[in-house]
Design a protein around this ligand. Structure first.
Ligand code: A2P
Length: 280
């Protein structure tokens, strides 16, 4: 009978597929937070890549079934780190981030261990100077690459620009760079003096700060190059990675093409690569 069949079935487990445990959460502003979680032993990735992460969605009102709610997130930690770090926006009505912003240490998230992405050293030809151009949470893959030894083996100079609306949105990046510069363990791993290669260029567009304006406008006017004492980008010496909102990516990509740089890929390394920052 039906009753027997029900009893014979194994108890229903609310198993979370590919679960990882949250170890640390930091809220930077009312719109931004970062968190760390355990790393699956099997997960290999290249600094700069992203994975799909998320939570179980709400039960379907008809069937009661829950489906994973996943989004692409750049891994903000370097490939050698025991844990994984992510940097996220909080969107109050965002399907995932409205929930994800409430995670706490000990909670579980879903992490599909299939890293992919274009913001990797393999997609760039050798060069002298690496430009990392970010807006908003587009800083995340660069938080990984700025802690990756290869970044400093491959380049004499690494310029990281970060444009945000408000000063508070720069905090995650600013603090990370400060920590990188002071970390003795990193200096040992990356080689003494590596931190001197990092040039940090933060700008804001809607709140007063020491350097205001969109990075694209500051490049057009030549202000960035004057401030840093470097020549405008050229395909002979400069390589670039872009990660920000769509309009920014497209505008900067067109500018880099005007400087003579060409877009590279894993299978065809060239002068620059682009990836869109996640928005819920
Ligand atoms: P702005 O305030 O002038 O729009 P958002 O939070 O909307 O993703 O934007 C993050 C940052 O990127 C903001 O400082 C924003 O400047 C800037 N930004 C947006 N679009 C572009 C673009 N096309 N080129 C350069 N910067 C941009």
């Amino acid at each position: 009978t039906d009753a027997t069949a029900t009893e014979a079935r194994a108890p229903r487990k609310l198993a979370v597929p590919d679960a990882q445990t949250v170890t640390q959460v930091t809220h930077w502003t009312d719109r931004l937070f970062s968190f760390r979680c355990t790393r699956p032993a099997s997960l290999r990735f290249r600094s700069g890549e992203f994975v799909m992460i998320g939570l179980m969605g709400d039960p379907d009102p008809k069937t009661g079934k829950q489906k994973p709610l996943l989004r692409a997130y750049s891994i903000a930690s370097p490939a050698w780190d025991d844990e994984l770090e992510f940097y996220s926006i909080k969107v109050q009505d965002g399907p995932l981030t409205s929930k994800l912003q409430h995670i706490r240490p000990g909670d579980q998230i879903i992490l599909r261990p299939k890293p992919v992405g274009t913001l990797v050293h393999d997609a760039l030809l050798p060069g002298k100077r690496l430009w990392l151009f970010a807006t908003g949470t587009g800083f995340a893959p660069f938080a990984s690459l700025l802690r990756e030894p290869q970044t400093f083996e491959d380049y004499d100079e690494v310029i990281i620009t970060h444009t945000c609306r408000e000063v508070g949105e720069l905090a995650y990046g600013a603090q990370l760079i400060e920590e990188i510069r002071q970390d003795e363990m990193l200096a040992e791993l990356m080689g003494e003096g590596f931190a001197d290669k990092i040039r940090y260029y933060p700008t804001t567009t809607r709140e007063e700060s020491p350097k205001m304006g969109r990075i694209t406008d500051l490049m057009r006017s030549g202000e960035v190059f004057a401030d840093l004492g470097v020549a405008p980008l050229s395909p002979e010496t400069d390589r670039a990675m872009i990660c920000g909102n769509l309009a920014f990516n497209l505008e900067l990509k067109a500018m880099l093409e005007e400087y003579g740089l060409e877009e590279g890929a894993n299978s065809d390394p060239k002068h620059y690569v682009v990836e869109k920052a996640f928005l819920d």
